[in-house]
Design a protein around this ligand. Structure first.
Ligand SMILES: CN(C)c1ccc2c(c1)CCN(c1cccc(-c3cc(Nc4ccc(C(=O)N5CCOCC5)cn4)c(=O)n(C)c3)c1CO)C2=O
Length: 280
């Protein structure tokens, strides 16, 4: 055992960490799209279909990310998009994720407009709250929960994606709350004012995600600018009940949007509430 005990696995297998993917085992395919850190490609790894993110150096603080990779590899839950591993031996560094056939939830909702039943919408919210309750219990904050950051599997299951990744974004247009790319419409008041992130600020974002689901992927506060949204929230105004949302779901959304974080429900409680409603 080395003096600090931490590099034990390196002694067993010098030079490689168990979260390192061997680039020889990775085959790359079609482009899936472009994210905050660069290109995302379809791929195959160990007979699995995967999504591979090619990290552009100027977009991510990759040294910090390598530290974080360990933590993210340990976050394992059926409603979180799995990080299989990272490829750091080549440049650009790449991240290997489980593949989600139906892409991001916001596009999926818009594509299925008019075809989704209330039960399907409730199940989507239940899936996300399940993954978020696990993150909450692991004391892990998402920081950018929204339908665009959830993915849909082949069997139409919804999983939470890109949790905690905002911490590695180098584009400060995105990271500071006054700037254009900051997700104000999904952010709790304490995040907009003091960048105070917590699982309770994730709960606020989850309320907006529920509104997106029951509005089939519409943009929240679509006629307001970010500044006007801040004003309306300060005046105590909130998003209106989506036509497709039952009263109980609207009550839950409004609970997520309580001004004070401590007055909002935990994800454990939200999961319990949604589970109860889905058994009715
Ligand atoms: C800092 N934050 C919050 C970030 C950072 C990076 C990213 C995001 C947020 C979210 C967006 N994003 C990103 C960018 C590009 C790809 C992926 C992305 C897309 C996947 N899958 C698919 C599958 C199909 C399709 C598709 O083309 N269609 C059209 C036909 O009908 C079916 C769907 C798209 N994506 C997938 O499995 N993963 C893991 C990631 C992702 C998700 O990861 C990022 O890379």
């Amino acid at each position: 055992i080395s003096k600090d005990g931490s590099s034990f696995q390196n002694i067993l297998e010098p030079g490689k960490d168990h979260w390192e993917v061997d680039p020889e085992e990775l085959t790359l395919g079609e482009e899936l799209g472009c994210g905050q850190f660069g290109l995302v490609l379809e791929g195959r790894w160990k007979d699995m279909k995967v999504a591979v993110k090619m990290i552009r150096e100027e977009c991510m603080s990759d040294e910090e990310f390598k530290e974080e990779a360990r933590v993210m590899m340990r976050l394992s839950h059926c409603k979180l998009v799995k990080l299989h591993g990272v490829c750091t031996q080549r440049s650009p560094m790449c991240l290997v994720f489980e593949f989600m056939e139906n892409g991001c939830l916001s596009d999926y909702l818009r594509a299925k407009k008019g075809c989704l039943s209330q039960d399907v919408m409730l199940k989507m919210c239940l899936d996300v709250s399940d993954g978020m309750a696990y993150l909450e219990s692991s004391n892990f904050i998402h920081r950018d929960l929204a339908a665009r950051n959830c993915l849909v599997s082949q069997n139409n299951e919804v999983k939470v994606s890109d949790f905690g990744m905002t911490r590695f974004v180098l584009d400060d247009q995105y990271t500071s709350s006054q700037c254009s790319k900051f997700p104000v419409k999904w952010s709790a008041p304490e995040v907009i004012r003091y960048c105070k992130f917590s699982s309770k600020s994730d709960v606020w974002s989850f309320g907006v995600l529920m509104w997106e689901v029951y509005n089939e992927g519409r943009l929240p506060y679509e006629n307001l600018s970010n500044a006007e949204v801040v004003e309306s929230l300060n005046a105590g105004l909130r998003l209106l009940k989506p036509r497709m949302a039952p009263d109980a779901i609207h009550k839950l959304m409004e609970w997520c949007w309580k001004e004070k974080p401590e007055d909002r429900p935990s994800f454990a409680l939200i999961l319990h509430e949604l589970g109860y409603l889905s058994d009715l």
